[in-house]
Design a protein around this ligand. Structure first.
Ligand SMILES: *Cc1c(COP(=O)(O)O)cnc(C)c1O
Length: 374
């Protein structure tokens, strides 16, 4: 971290990353064959408590592979929260299917099961539950609805490595789950992704689709059209080293968030994401939602930027983006809209110190002091 600048996220690469990457270079196994891929996949499957982990090039291709393996195709609808990163919906579009958007819960900000149920039609094929900012979606209720209506459940756990619902790991609860290892995620491979499942047949199909559709028993025979969505051995080497330190990452994040809550505990005008008693929140991002109209998100972000602090606004709710406006029968999604307009992600990554957090919180509270006097 450069002097006087606090980024919103940054990787910490102080474990075996260098040694494992050097091993790839020295052995010349730098492409998508090599021992680190198998080791990373096996370790990640164990981390999630599932039978299979299929590595791939990023979290978006992971979603695409999972949806294809679920048989999603043209004419199908898949329920997606409106408040998520755009990749969740884009992957549905890649299959020729339509994302149908669902509102958020006011406390956890994850997919609202009541809104979900309202949006099911006879074309609905499945649900993508997103564990937003590291808080698991209400999987007990979502899975019960899915079972009753014959839908699949895909967990988009891109932001939630290690999160838990009632003691069960994110990734092991739905039919299939995806993760991202982008540079700002809880653990990173630079660019990378993973699909996990305990279904043997699905794992086999995803491995085939990941590698141009090649028959695993017959070299250069391609019975289906696949993709090149493979991860490199170098990325897997980074991933294995990162995974060795994941519990430390999660502990640090919990500590940092407890500092934030101590500093901001009685701040007026700010709301925070809940952590339900049944949930282990892994705090990919600690966020605040501004309750009032003043100061605005733009004013707060500009003030913090002036203090050398990087922040991020929440995403625009996806049902408001040009490619998805066609979802015109869209009921109002007021919670997603409110959060999308007023949410800010504060710096959240393992290298932050108590002093950083205090400085961020003091700078944030200055916005309120100024707006009150003016
Ligand atoms: C980051 C992210 C993705 C996409 O992952 P990439 O590795 O960037 O392709 C998908 N869904 C969610 C919720 C994400 O946060």
């Amino acid at each position: 971290m450069s002097e006087g600048f606090i980024p919103v996220a940054a990787p910490v690469l102080d474990g075996n990353e260098r040694a494992y990457v050097m091993d790839c270079l020295e052995s010349s196994w730098i492409s998508s064959t090599g021992t680190y891929i198998e080791r990373f996949e096996r370790a990640f499957a164990e981390f999630c408590g599932v039978r299979h982990a299929v590595s791939c090039s990023n979290g978006t291709t992971a979603l695409h592979l999972a949806l294809l393996a679920m048989g999603v195709g043209p004419g199908d609808e898949v329920l997606v929260p409106s408040l998520t990163f755009v990749a969740t919906a884009n992957a549905v579009s890649y299959c020729g299917a339509s994302p149908v958007f669902v509102d958020s819960e006011p406390d956890t900000w994850t997919m609202d099961p009541a809104s979900l149920e309202e949006r099911i039609t006879d074309r609905t094929k499945g649900i993508i539950a997103v564990h937003l900012f590291g808080h698991p979606a209400d999987m007990r209720t979502i899975c019960a609805i899915a079972r009753r209506r014959g839908l699949f459940v895909l967990e988009d756990a891109a932001q939630a490595h290690g999160a838990e619902c009632e003691g069960r790991r994110a990734g092991s609860i739905g039919d299939v789950a995806t993760f991202s290892f982008y540079g700002n995620k809880i653990i990173t491979t630079g660019e990378g992704g993973m699909v996990v499942t305990s279904d043997d047949d699905m794992a086999r199909r995803m491995r085939q689709l990941r590698s141009q559709g090649m028959d695993p028993e017959r070299r250069y025979w391609f019975p289906v059209i696949g993709y090149n969505y493979r991860m490199t051995n170098v990325a897997a080497a980074l991933g294995l080293a990162q995974l060795e330190r994941v519990e430390w990452q999660l502990e640090r994040r919990r500590q940092i968030v407890s500092w934030y809550r101590q500093e901001l505990g009685d701040a007026v005008g700010l709301s925070f994401q809940a952590e339900k008693a049944w949930a282990r929140h892994v705090w990919w991002m600690f966020s605040v939602v501004l309750d009032g109209d003043e100061p605005t998100v733009e004013e707060v972000m500009a003030h913090l930027r002036g203090r050398g602090i990087e922040t991020r606004p929440f995403v625009h709710p996806l049902h408001r983006l040009p490619p998805y406006l066609r979802d015109r029968d869209c009921v109002e999604l007021p919670v997603a809209e409110h959060l999308g307009r007023r949410g800010i992600n504060l710096p959240t990554w393992a290298g932050l110190t108590r002093e950083h957090v205090r400085y961020v919180c003091d700078s944030l509270q200055e916005c309120y002091a100024t707006s009150r006097v003016s």
